[in-house]
Write a protein that binds this ligand. Structure first.
Ligand code: ATP
Length: 321
């Protein structure tokens, strides 16, 4: 193994830089050349590529976002784009392509594998919704940002005896919502996986019940994928007479300096990715399961099961009385 490439793709996630740093420095430690590819697959196809050395990743461990930049790249959905990406991989003389990204980025990588690329995935998305791994880089920072916001909203909604409805990230998955709900002490969480809980009448009923047992304010968390946050706040106010405010956190949760947990996982996963390449493993995905880092087959990992533990929601309800 003489030369590898690294890129970040899809939505940015805090900790991506720590992963890039770990890939570059582990490779350099073992005398392997590294090229950094800008803007994800778009930069691969467009040839935005430069050699990276240990000093190029100085002072990035603590930075959110990604120094390599990221992008969504529609060209990867075409045979022409995929062929071009695979051809550039070959022209560059790469022995492996390390992709730090989410589920879509892995699917793109799987297409490149079919065209002769040795693909190595490092899981990074704030949403945690990737199969085959219990952890994805960025999740902990995003949840902590959401929790901080809930803490602040709690102060003000408690002072005014209001209801606060907070929308957190999570288009298709409720991991951020239930973690923010549990850790921020919300009474109710609405998230995409629990269809029967996406019911504003039930939420309003719950708020009224909570007031009747002496609660002076209310916190409701809604996942982005459920939507309708403003409307829910209006309905709560109209029906209950309780002043209700909606807050949409949006991309605030994507940024920020990564937490220790994200830096740890990103550093270890970056290291394990390069070690596995050096051991001759091909077409793999780094994962973290049951307290250990694992190297899975990339294509198999995409087929694995993963679901949100419904017990978390049950416990949120028990603890909200
Ligand atoms: P996040 O979950 O944070 O949004 P992601 O990696 O899932 O991250 P996507 O936008 O889904 O983000 O995917 C990133 C890029 O991967 C896409 O812009 C596209 O270039 C490529 N990609 C996604 N799906 C495929 C696919 N089926 N075939 C080829 N390329 C794909």
């Amino acid at each position: 193994i003489r030369k590898i490439g690294v890129l970040t793709s899809g939505g940015d996630a805090p900790g991506m830089n720590a992963a890039i740093r770990a890939v570059v420095r582990t490779a350099k430690y073992y005398d392997v050349d590294v090229v950094g590819i800008r803007k994800g697959y778009a930069g691969l196809i467009g040839g935005e590529i430069k050699e990276m050395h240990s000093r190029d990743v100085s002072n990035v461990l603590n930075l959110g976002g990604t120094i390599l930049h990221t992008a969504r790249c529609p060209e990867m959905m075409t045979d022409e784009g995929l062929d071009k990406a695979a051809a550039i991989y070959k022209i560059l003389g790469l022995d492996a392509l390390v992709v730090i990204g989410g589920d879509g980025s892995y699917r793109g990588l799987a297409e490149l594998v079919k065209r002769g690329v040795n693909g190595v995935g490092i899981p990074a998305t704030i949403d945690l919704d990737m199969k085959g791994t219990e952890y994805t880089i960025g999740f902990d920072t995003a949840v902590n940002t959401g929790m901080d916001a809930l803490n602040k909203l709690r102060d003000t909604s408690n002072s005014h005896e209001r209801c606060s409805v907070v929308e957190v990230m999570g288009r298709d998955a409720g991991y951020i919502a239930v973690w923010c709900g549990m850790c921020g002490g919300a009474e109710e969480v609405m998230f995409p996986e629990e269809k029967e809980n996406i019911n504003s009448d039930r939420v309003i009923q719950q708020i009224l019940e909570n007031r009747s047992i002496g609660k002076r304010h209310n916190l409701v968390v809604v996942a982005e994928g459920v939507g309708g946050t403003q409307k829910l706040a209006q309905d709560i106010q109209e029906i209950t007479g309780i002043q209700t405010r909606a807050t949409i956190l949006g991309h605030l949760q994507r940024g920020g300096s990564p937490t220790a947990t994200d830096r740890m996982h990103a550093s270890m996963m970056g290291y394990h990715a390069v070690k596995a390449i050096l051991e001759g493993r091909e077409n793999i995905a780094v994962a973290y399961n049951r307290g250990r880092y694992e190297i899975l087959d990339l294509l198999e990992s995409l087929q694995m099961d993963k679901e949100l533990d419904p017990e978390i929601y049950d416990v949120i309800k028990i603890l909200s009385i």
